[in-house]
Design a protein around this ligand. Structure first.
Ligand code: DC
Length: 229
């Protein structure tokens, strides 16, 4: 299956918000806040890759084996995404490794596009939402923060989940993941040309969520006026 057939994907008719950015940038929290503010469902697309990675590991297969990862991606169902083990550091690392495979990304495209096209609109957060999954989204954010700030946030989050790991190890993870997610050939992590950049390094998460809401309100006003009449 190719990502887009000859005629291209069916165009969006609903208000969709694409939230991209690196690991622990705050994009998940921001996406949830936007979901509440605009009453829209949110898909954390990182969970799809986490699920594929953990399924491959559970089967004793190699994360670098594209066939094994593709098979897991093809069989993925929404109820699998509820598993709390997908929130672990191990799952994040496995996700980043299977995410380099083009056929895995292809297999997950429909799931994400169907979520995006649901009636009433939707929010998706990930790495390639504004560039590949919903390049036609009327609102796009690219959320960043310095690696040090992100490491501190991720460390606190993992600690709250009961994982014991040093901040230095988390910072090393984050640098490695940035390099892998941004350096891969298939849908590398990068801001869409029309995304609004939001650097949350110096912001509290409340301030970042507030800034995101204002950016999206402006995009929504533009979208509504272009859909009037
Ligand atoms: O957002 P996260 O930390 O849960 O994502 C885990 C990994 O999944 C990330 O390092 C790269 C991959 N990913 C991706 O390639 N594309 C997405 N849209 C979301 C996640």
């Amino acid at each position: 299956m190719s990502l887009i057939d000859d005629e291209g994907p069916a165009p969006l008719t609903t208000f969709v918000i694409a939230v991209d950015g690196p690991a622990a940038s705050g994009k998940g929290t921001i996406a949830k806040g936007l979901g509440e503010a605009f009453d829209l469902p949110v898909l954390d697309t990182g969970l799809l890759y986490r699920c594929v990675g953990m399924t491959v590991k559970a089967a004793g297969e190699d994360l670098d084996d594209q066939d094994a990862a593709q098979a897991a991606a093809v069989l993925l169902t929404a109820d699998q995404l509820e598993d709390p083990r997908l929130r672990t550091r191990e799952a994040g690392e496995a996700a980043s490794r299977v995410a380099v495979h083009p056929r895995v990304r292809d297999a997950l495209w429909d799931f994400q596009r169907t979520f995006a096209r649901q009636e009433g609109g939707a929010i998706l957060d990930g790495r390639d939402i504004g560039t590949v999954i919903v390049p036609d989204a009327p609102a796009k954010l690219y959320v960043t923060a310095s690696p040090e700030v992100r490491a501190e946030r991720r460390w606190k989050q993992l600690k709250a989940q009961g994982e014991r790991v040093s901040k230095a190890a988390i910072l090393a993870d984050i640098r490695k993941r940035d390099a892998r997610d941004g350096g891969r050939d298939a849908a590398p992590m990068k801001p869409a040309p029309d995304a609004v950049l939001l650097d949350t390094s110096e912001m509290t998460i409340e301030a970042a969520a507030d800034a995101a809401r204002r950016i999206v309100e402006a995009a929504r006003a533009r979208w509504l006026s272009s859909h009037e009449g």
